[in-house]
Design a protein around this ligand. Structure first.
Ligand SMILES: NC(=O)c1ccc[n+]([C@@H]2O[C@H](COP(=O)([O-])OP(=O)(O)OC[C@H]3O[C@@H](n4cnc5c(N)ncnc54)[C@H](OP(=O)(O)O)[C@@H]3O)[C@@H](O)[C@H]2O)c1
Length: 206
């Protein structure tokens, strides 16, 4: 069985977007810099996972992520701001969108978005079934925080960008998350970010 994996790029001060993120600015003001490690400047500059990574080290990390991903669980906000730039699913796998707003499946060239209104845990359950032996990747701070609090997360892959963005969507710090112990499993330095990997070891209620 694969892991439930949070793989996300964060500023050193803990933000996954800059301020004022929205459909016109998916990563917020100054937030594109976060993803510099996984893209090269080009005509479709932005959140484009299909572009080549910025260095060989980054390309290897990105390749591993794509190889491990068997399904995605994302929050509705990640879907709403991402679907334009992606013009497809973010990974070529089934994607489950946690939302209060029911919607028909959306079939894209590389996979299908399924909208789940029964909560995050149910979406993770469905994604696990779809992923088989591969991993379930989470997208969105809200969804990630819910999974952390519920003890659903197995691994944390943080790509820490050398910037203090000051404001935006915070990855951690949700009240009620409790005390979570992590085991560091690897550190990979690239010219653009520090790739940190952790395994979730124990979780005590607050
Ligand atoms: N830096 C990175 O690597 C990275 C990666 C991914 C995303 N991002 C950015 O992160 C931002 C999105 O993250 P976010 O934390 O703001 O939001 P999110 O987790 O993507 O989505 C939150 C939304 O999901 C729905 N939702 C959440 N829990 C639910 C539940 N239990 N039941 C039903 N619906 C539920 C709600 O939408 P509704 O009520 O409207 O349905 C909620 O507003 C975007 O700007 C994206 O670009 C950055």
């Amino acid at each position: 069985v694969g892991s439930v994996l949070l793989d996300v790029t964060m500023s050193l001060d803990g933000f996954i977007t800059g301020p004022n993120a929205g459909v016109d600015l998916p990563l917020g003001e100054g937030g594109l810099r976060l993803h510099a490690w996984m893209t090269r400047p080009g005509p479709r500059q932005g959140i484009d996972w299909h572009q080549t990574a910025a260095s060989e080290v980054d390309a290897r990390v990105k390749h591993e992520l794509f190889a491990r991903a068997g399904a995605v669980v994302m929050g509705r906000r990640s879907f709403d701001v991402g679907i334009g730039p992606w013009a497809d699913t973010p990974f070529p796998v089934p994607c489950f969108v946690v939302t209060h707003r029911a919607r028909e499946d959306l079939v894209e060239p590389s996979g299908t978005f399924t909208f789940v209104t029964e909560g995050t845990e149910r979406a993770v359950q469905r994604a696990r079934a779809a992923a088989g032996e591969r991993d379930v990747c989470l997208m969105g701070a809200d969804i990630a925080q819910q999974c952390l609090t519920a003890g659903l997360l197995d691994e944390l892959h943080l790509h820490v960008a050398p910037m203090l963005i000051g404001d935006g969507r915070r990855l951690f710090g949700r009240p009620g998350a409790g005390h979570i112990e992590l085991e560091p499993t690897s550190v990979i330095q690239s010219p653009h970010v520090t790739h940190l990997r952790f395994r979730v070891v124990t979780q005590e209620p607050p």
